[in-house]
Design a protein around this ligand. Structure first.
Ligand code: BDP
Length: 328
């Protein structure tokens, strides 16, 4: 008996429960989830809520372990690991996944959604469901969505109009569409991993970058690029993708439980996001960032400048874009 116990305890996936003298053996599945943001960031807190729901609903059989703060690597490398089946899941920006699942381009084009409510109607409706399923063709499982706000440019020299961006070197995520977007504005796109942006800004490798308020604050990019222009060029949802290879080994009911838990963690994450966005905006202003608001006429110039990017999209992407636009 001792020997058997020793063997069982050495296997981390097996848990022993002793109930009133009788022993019940059941397999505990541990799923590793990689997250780039720090522990107290809204997406990370959303990951923990998802993990809590999974554990509770599976009565402890499935445990999601969250590795925050890039412990498992930068997003692109982590996504590759998920695709290969070495990491179970990761919460990332859809831009990062779009290098692998090009259909996601239809969901991250600039000035696509009217507002957050429009985007959420799309993501939680049939169009969103369909793209989550499409991830399987690239060996991922589309687990579900989180809020990521809208993205804006921030630079070392003040930008007041779209024309000021001409010739500037702007860091973008490692995604072809994001390169195209910055090029459409006449700027020079520099794709870099998230963790390298601070030093790239500091040393002048790039003149600016773009992100949402929470990331601008938590990365401290505001220290080295103090001009923020509220152009709201994109609204890029956050996504959790799983490894198809690993998910295929799970019983159907467990898979469904995991997807449902992600859906049910959404409202919690959304609320945290909205609150933290305000805190981040206030904090960077207090710390000395200069925030430029733009007039509707100037915003229209940004919208117009992005048109060539739409013209370059293949018909299958534009078909989805038109469906998204038709959602009222
Ligand atoms: C943040 C996303 C994160 C991305 C990062 C980036 O939450 O997943 O990696 O932007 O710009 O807003 O790389």
């Amino acid at each position: 008996m001792k020997k058997i116990l020793g063997v069982l305890l050495s296997v981390s996936l097996v848990t022993l429960l002793f109930a009133g003298g009788a022993s019940v053996v059941f397999a505990q599945k541990v799923l590793r989830l990689a997250e780039t943001h720090p522990q107290d960031y809204p997406t990370t807190k959303g990951d923990y809520e998802f993990a809590r729901l999974v554990k509770e609903r599976s009565k402890g059989r499935i445990v999601v372990e969250v590795f925050h703060s890039k412990q498992l690597g930068e997003e692109r490398a982590v996504i590759e690991q998920v695709q290969l089946g070495a990491i179970d899941m990761t919460r990332v920006s859809i831009s990062a996944v779009s290098a692998f699942v090009r259909d996601l381009d239809a969901f991250q084009l600039p000035y696509l959604y009217r507002d957050a409510a429009h985007m959420w109607k799309v993501l939680n409706g049939p169009i969103g469901e369909e793209i989550l399923k499409k991830h399987e063709a690239s060996n991922f499982v589309g687990v579900g969505w989180f809020e990521g706000g809208s993205r804006n440019f921030y630079t070392k020299k003040q930008v007041k109009a779209v024309s000021d961006l001409k010739g500037m070197k702007i860091r973008v995520q490692q995604a072809p569409l994001m390169v195209g977007m910055v090029e459409a504005l006449g700027a020079v796109a520099t794709p870099l991993p998230y963790g390298e942006v601070y030093s790239a800004l500091q040393s002048g490798v790039v003149d600016g970058a773009e992100n949402n308020w929470p990331s601008y604050l938590t990365t401290s990019h505001f220290e080295v690029a103090k001009y923020f222009i509220v152009d709201e060029h994109t609204r890029v949802p956050e996504i959790t993708v799983g490894s198809k290879k690993l998910f295929d080994k799970l019983p159907k009911e467990d898979r469904a439980l995991i997807l449902k838990a992600m859906k049910d963690a959404q409202a919690y994450q959304f609320k945290l996001w909205v609150d933290f966005e305000k805190v981040a905006e206030k904090t960077v202003k207090e710390k000395g960032s200069t925030v430029t608001q733009i007039s509707p006429a100037e915003k229209q110039k940004f919208v117009d400048a992005m048109k060539p990017l739409y013209d370059k999209q293949p018909p299958e992407i534009m078909a989805v874009v038109n469906k998204i636009r038709a959602v009222k």
